[in-house]
Write a protein that binds this ligand. Structure first.
Ligand code: MG
Length: 228
């Protein structure tokens, strides 16, 4: 690596412990639609749009495409259940890691498939003074989401760095695919129930079992990356 100038952070399941709310609300919604599924499978679908997840389950279980009305109704129900759950807390270890990175003069940027309007205020209240409002790529900035490389390529451009001056922190299979397709060194934090082998098969360069573990090992990882 030339120099580490920017760390690109995914949000759900990395900065916020929000994945269990997503899986719970998807599971409740699909169960009400009498569509068999497991809670854990939604960790695999992380990064897919609501319409994409709905299409996948309708095709698999009902052997048909959902109508546009059904896609809309499913997503409204999912959002209703999601909003009824207690707000997700910052991921343990995330603030510590962000502070270590910032103290080294390295920039940080958020790259998320979320399109929530309240994104910035959430980031700011959980991680005060860490994120610049301009350093954000959200669902509203891309035409193709993860696993396409577009979100991470957009982030490199936004931060004015090349792929060998950045690393990605991800928790989802499709996020790792997106980052690797953009040719960026990728660190997986396996904060969900998925088998770590899946992430190695997708090409992740490093894997830690939690954000706390990554925060604890940051200095070692930094030295390793820089000397590559
Ligand atoms: Mg994620």
């Amino acid at each position: 690596m030339k120099d580490l100038k920017v760390v690109l952070f995914d949000m759900d399941g990395v900065l916020f412990d929000s994945m269990k709310n997503h899986t719970e609300s998807w599971y409740l919604t699909m169960s009400k639609w009498n569509i068999p599924c497991t809670k854990d499978e939604f960790y695999l679908h992380e990064g897919r749009t609501g319409a994409g997840t709905t299409r996948l389950l309708f095709n698999r279980e009902l052997k048909r495409e959902p109508s546009d009305e059904e896609i809309k109704a499913v997503y409204e129900m999912k959002t209703f259940h999601f909003n009824a759950l207690p707000k997700a807390l910052p991921m343990p270890g995330a603030l510590e890691l962000l502070q270590k990175i910032k103290a080294q003069g390295i920039e940080v940027c958020v790259v998320t498939g979320s399109g929530q309007v309240s994104l910035l205020s959430r980031l700011d209240s959980a991680f005060p003074g860490i994120f610049d409002e301009k350093h954000l790529v959200s669902a509203r900035d891309v035409t193709k989401g993860k696993p396409d490389p577009e979100p991470y390529l957009k982030a490199l451009k936004l931060m004015n760095v090349s792929a060998d001056e950045a690393i990605v922190i991800e928790n989802a299979p499709m996020g790792v695919q997106s980052a690797k397709a953009a040719d960026i060194f990728t660190v997986t934090v396996n904060t969900g129930p998925l088998d770590e082998k899946m992430f190695y098969d997708l090409g992740t360069d490093k894997l830690y079992p939690s954000m706390q573990s990554l925060a604890d090992n940051w200095s070692l990882l930094y030295a390793e990356i820089i000397n590559q």
